[in-house]
Design a protein around this ligand. Structure first.
Ligand SMILES: [Zn+2]
Length: 46
């Protein structure tokens, strides 16, 4: 599996980001979410 897989927070396009300060190649957004399906933590504030 590939490491360093991120998704654009805006268009959700999977991208390989290996350094900070990059922009989405599609929409130019600068916020990326790390694609980690395993790490699903839900905090309940009940
Ligand atoms: Zn984007």
């Amino acid at each position: 599996m590939s490491t360093g897989e991120y998704r654009c927070a805006k268009c959700n396009e999977p991208q390989n980001v290996n350094s900070l300060g990059l922009q989405c190649e599609k929409c130019g957004y600068k916020i990326f979410l790390k694609d980690r399906p395993v790490d699903k933590k839900v905090y309940s504030t009940d």
